[in-house]
Write a protein that binds this ligand. Structure first.
Ligand code: DP6
Length: 400
């Protein structure tokens, strides 16, 4: 067992991100290089975050990892790729400077503990926050200061976008070695303070096919995906960047919906076809379009990843009425008071005109709950040692 003094521990948090121009398809599976660039919004860590502690000690005899309190196989290829990559960067730094290799702890084994503050069962993408947090925390432990896109990306492609706050692009790059496939901030989290994000957690009937397998099949079989990557996404990246920079909500919202729809169209164009959207997802799509049509203005946008949950964007002033519309279409079943989590949203009545315009047969329980959040910052270091998930012995603290 390690003695207290010999354990060096660092704890960091990292955010979830949601893509508005989607990443779908790799040109290099090993290096995790995408076939197109993508752009995402970083969500606030007050509502959704991963916390990770990494500890090194000369007394540890093997690398170990605990996720949400349970020990997992440290031999998973993606985890191994991240560990290899960060140790390579640390070695590079050591050989470039005059750091003491022992101080860098390069020969030491690492213990890692990671927890999410949101339920994994909700089917919210946790791998992006998880691998971004792992890369960021390991970098602090090993004293690596270079760009961490490559480390995070090797865990999960979308994770490199969680290394920054605000609005983030992942440039696909051109090089075969992936050195120019990096994440970059387009605008900071303070840029668009009125923007709000609602996560509509739907009741999932089945576990959807994972992104990695899904996108591999799409790359192999979908001509639409190739067309999208080559002929659609480049112009969309430029247009989305403009919408963000100019805070053009209708432009941002329309392009977000179109890109989500095209991503799901490439899934349907995959052979055998992949379908991530459920009946409830489609009801949300129709609700958003009817809400916008009623207002004769694009005030709300949806986007869906590789699962049935919707992520909805709206400006601050629109949120109360939209939430009332969601409650009308999907009456909460048993947990009426717990239906809305996160940022407070004042209740407002729904006008008879809007009710009529929505024109729905309500689906009780179709949406389990809503998480209301906003754009947030990138990874953070927690300086307070009480935040460590690993105790002085290098094992998870009981509460972790
Ligand atoms: C639909 O990053 O989870 O969420 O690189 O294979 O781990 P791997 O895939 P992952 O894919 C995310 C796909 C998406 C769109 C996006 O986030 O851009």
């Amino acid at each position: 067992m390690a003695s207290e003094k010999t354990v060096v521990a660092v704890t960091c948090t990292a955010p979830v991100n949601i893509a508005v121009i989607k990443y779908w398809g790799k040109r290099d599976e090993d290096l995790v290089l995408p076939i197109n660039s993508s752009l995402s919004v970083t969500l606030h860590q007050d509502q959704l975050r991963t916390t990770t502690t990494a500890a090194i000690s000369k007394d540890f005899t093997e690398d170990r990892i605990w996720l949400n309190g349970l020990e997992e196989d440290v031999g998973q290829p993606r985890l191994q790729a991240c560990l290899r990559e960060i140790r390579r960067l640390a070695r590079k730094r050591r050989s470039a400077g005059d750091e003491d290799p022992v101080a860098l702890g390069l020969s030491y084994k690492v213990h890692i503990a990671s927890v999410n503050n949101f339920p994994t069962a909700a089917g919210l993408a946790s791998s992006a926050a998880g691998y971004a947090c792992l890369a960021y925390t390991l970098a602090r432990v090993y004293g690596v200061e270079s760009d961490l896109s490559e480390v995070a990306r090797r865990g999960s492609g979308s994770a490199c976008r969680s290394l920054y706050g605000g609005f983030v692009e992942w440039q696909m790059g051109e090089r075969a070695d992936g050195k120019d496939s990096i994440a970059r901030q387009v605008a900071p989290e303070s840029h668009w303070p009125e923007l709000r994000v609602l996560i509509l957690v739907v009741s999932a009937e089945k576990k959807p096919m994972g992104s990695t397998t899904g996108m591999r099949t799409s790359v192999e079989t979908s001509p639409l995906l190739r067309f999208r990557a080559e002929s659609v996404v480049p112009a969309r990246m430029a247009e989305m960047t403009r919408c963000v920079q100019e805070r053009d909500f209708p432009g941002f919202a329309q392009l977000t919906m179109k890109d989500s729809n095209q991503f799901h169209a490439t899934c349907l164009d995959t052979f055998p076809p992949i379908s991530y959207l459920s009946d409830t997802s489609w009801r949300i799509v129709h609700l958003v379009h009817r809400f916008n049509a009623h207002h004769r203005q694009t005030q709300v946008a949806y986007t869906f990843d590789a699962g049935p949950n919707a992520v909805v964007f709206a400006l601050h002033d629109t949120v109360p009425e939209f939430v009332a519309a969601v409650r009308h279409c999907f009456p909460p079943e048993s947990n009426g008071d717990k239906f809305l989590k996160g940022l407070p949203v004042p209740p407002v009545p729904l006008s008879d005109e809007l009710k009529a315009a929505l024109d729905v047969d309500p689906t009780p329980g179709g949406i389990k709950y809503i998480i209301a959040t906003q754009v947030g910052p990138g990874p953070q270091i927690l300086e307070d040692p009480r935040a460590h998930l690993l105790g002085p012995d290098g094992l998870p603290k009981p509460a972790a």
